[in-house]
Design a protein around this ligand. Structure first.
Ligand code: GRF
Length: 196
């Protein structure tokens, strides 16, 4: 069983989807740690309720120390709104997964997080959007893509509605990507991820 850490900054519905998938036994891994960079993140309470060790860490050097002390194999960013340090990227190369609420490479990069992504997509009038799970690299939202799913968002009446529609995809593809990783099915070749 792989040892998984999930990093959150907010509500943690993606964390919940991961907790549920682990409890259902579909993932060959265990969430042993949840870390937030914000004290008020509801994700911490979700972890508490599930009996998972949780804490608030703002400093990236301390975060890396903590992950290594806990012998973490896989780091999942589930609505984590902080930039990962170069040291952590080096220590966990192709072992950090992020979920982004658009079809990358659309609507990504600095400033495109959370609702901002959907505001930009809604303003532009996109008809198809979706979510992407990818490995984290030095380029913000630019690492190798693991899974993507698209949907028709033409009926959404607001960015908030679009966000709700796309969250459904996120809650499906994030646990699936973690399942694939924990089963040793993901192979990274340069910029591409092969699923075996
Ligand atoms: C999700 O839309 C995720 O893609 C984005 O932030 C949101 C977090 O939602 N990065 P939650 O905290 O998992 O509910």
């Amino acid at each position: 069983m792989l040892r998984i850490a999930v990093l959150v900054s907010g509500g943690g519905t993606n964390l919940q989807a991961l907790i549920d998938a682990c409890q259902a036994g579909t993932i060959n891994g265990e969430i042993v740690l949840v870390v937030s960079n914000r004290k008020k993140a509801y994700g911490l309470e979700r972890a508490q309720k599930a009996g998972i060790k949780n804490c608030v860490i703002k400093d990236q050097a301390k975060l890396l120390e903590c992950l290594q002390a806990e012998k973490i194999d896989l780091v999942v960013l589930a609505g984590y709104l902080a930039i990962i340090s170069d040291e952590m990227l080096a220590a966990y190369r192709n072992r950090i997964i992020n979920i982004h609420p658009s079809l990358l490479p659309a609507f990504c990069g600095p400033g495109y997080y959370g609702l901002h992504v959907h505001e930009a997509a809604f303003k532009r009038g996109v008809k198809i959007s979706g979510a992407t799970v990818h490995f984290v690299s030095e380029v913000v939202d630019g690492g190798p893509i693991i899974l993507q799913e698209a949907m028709d968002v033409s009926q959404a009446n607001s960015p908030e509605e679009m966000q709700q529609m796309i969250l459904e995809i996120e809650h499906r593809i994030l646990p699936e990507a973690v399942r694939l990783f924990c089963s040793g099915c993901l192979q990274v070749e340069e910029e591409r991820v092969k699923i075996q």
